[in-house]
Write a protein that binds this ligand. Structure first.
Ligand SMILES: NC(=O)c1ccc[n+]([C@@H]2O[C@H](COP(=O)([O-])OP(=O)(O)OC[C@H]3O[C@@H](n4cnc5c(N)ncnc54)[C@H](O)[C@@H]3O)[C@@H](O)[C@H]2O)c1
Length: 373
């Protein structure tokens, strides 16, 4: 299929056991080198199957780091750039992300910086990456005080998803992907909620049919939003639903628990639940819609993952440095939020779906939900 956004379409292909087709495509790129960015877990699980295959298209320089948010740094990007140049990368080289959203964002940033921009190809291996992060031009790494503070926009040449590579995902990682999907269903396509609940209850997350359904539905939801706002700076900010508190929780927990920290999607689901309670407290969202959020968090198994020992003040401090700062002018005791007035209907001024929320109210909701300590 073609992922069609504001005249910046790129091909998105998916299938099962289709590496040979990927290699045949890459063969046509006329590239002199592939700089493959991955993490150590993906390299161990799938490197033997994928790297020799890719070598048939061009010589591969492999760059790998221990997995997790800790890899998403400017230092990693600089190391990767230096290693690519030392390995002989040129303007004709292609940066290939091979892994989840973390290697994907590192690779995207590297592709944008290397010689002021070389081609980027994504080979996602998580649900979060296949259904969300590769369907975005946004590439970024984390700073000391916040997620995704340093980055750029880069359109990939192509995305290739081989769902056979997703088989090794843990139940938790699979559910993390479903959390991002649930966020899109809540904020953009509420008609997806019923079939999602059905599949979650039936426990058929691993089935090929479910994976393909989620991929297709995610393509639809993202296309609907990004067609008019490819850079996600206006109406496209609806995709950030759940991300304000979600990112703050994810960052604070990752600092504490490293690879055992709450997964990205899990944090976003919690962020969406907080947003729903905030919106209800401000008199917008009704009880039934809040209950839908609550139920999803429960069937997605996120309740057990709530970080209770991250100090609440740390979460609030991270909120003040949210990467959306500046899109909306807010007071010093407020933070810009994506809130819903109803499922699928964001609040806002029509230009941007952002509203100011007092930090005090967020603190109350965190307290009520037992998030942080
Ligand atoms: N617009 C965007 O660019 C965008 C959108 C959504 C998420 N993101 C970013 O993506 C990141 C989250 O992505 P993620 O959840 O994929 O994280 P991730 O890349 O850290 O992957 C999660 C874990 O799964 C492991 N893994 C990857 N593939 C596997 C496989 N096939 N089998 C078994 N284990 C595997 C990884 O080693 C890692 O430990 C966050 O940093 C987030 O900010 C970016």
């Amino acid at each position: 299929v073609s992922f069609d956004i504001e005249g910046m379409a790129f091909p998105y292909s998916f299938g099962s056991h289709c590496l040979d087709r990927v290699v045949a495509e890459l063969d046509g790129y006329g590239t002199d080198r592939l700089v493959v960015v991955t993490d150590d877990v993906v390299a161990r699980l799938h490197g033997d199957a994928v790297i020799p295959a890719l070598t048939a298209a061009a010589p591969v320089h492999l760059f790998s780091r221990p997995p997790g948010e800790g890899m998403k740094t400017v230092d990693t990007v600089r190391d990767c750039l230096d290693a690519a140049v030392a390995a002989g990368a040129t303007r004709r080289s292609v940066v290939v992300s091979f892994g989840g959203g973390v290697p994907g964002n590192v690779a995207g940033t590297v592709a944008g910086l290397l010689y002021r921009g070389v081609r980027l190809v994504h080979l996602p291996t998580t649900m979060v990456a296949a259904t969300d992060s590769v369907l975005s031009l946004k590439q970024a790494v984390n700073g000391q005080s916040g997620k995704n503070h340093f980055g750029l926009y880069r359109r990939p040449e192509a995305v290739f998803v081989d769902v056979a590579l997703l088989r090794t995902l843990s139940d938790r990682e699979l559910r993390s992907g479903m959390c991002e999907f649930a966020k899109n269903a809540l904020a953009i396509h509420p008609d997806l909620l019923a079939p999602l609940r059905e599949r979650l209850r039936a426990g058929v997350l691993r089935e090929l049919d479910t994976l393909l359904w989620v991929i297709e539905a995610s393509l639809d939801a993202k296309r609907a939003v990004m067609r008019y706002d490819a850079y996600e700076q206006g109406t496209g900010l609806v995709l950030e639903y759940g991300h304000t508190v979600g990112h703050a929780i994810e960052l604070c927990d990752a600092r504490r628990r490293g690879v055992d920290a709450i997964a990205h999607g899990e944090a976003i689901a919690l962020g969406a639940l907080v947003a729903a309670h905030v919106s209800a407290a401000l008199g917008h969202l009704d009880k039934e819609a809040v209950a839908v959020h609550q139920e999803l968090v429960e069937i997605l198994g996120v309740k057990e993952r709530i970080p209770i020992d991250v100090p609440r003040d740390e979460i609030l401090a991270a909120l003040r440095r949210d990467s959306k700062r500046g899109f909306l002018s807010v007071g010093s005791d407020e933070v810009a939020f994506v809130l819903l007035r109803a499922l699928g209907e964001p609040l806002g001024d029509g230009e941007r779906p952002l509203v100011p929320v007092p930090l005090r109210l967020v603190a109350e909701v965190l307290d009520e939900l037992g998030i942080g300590g």
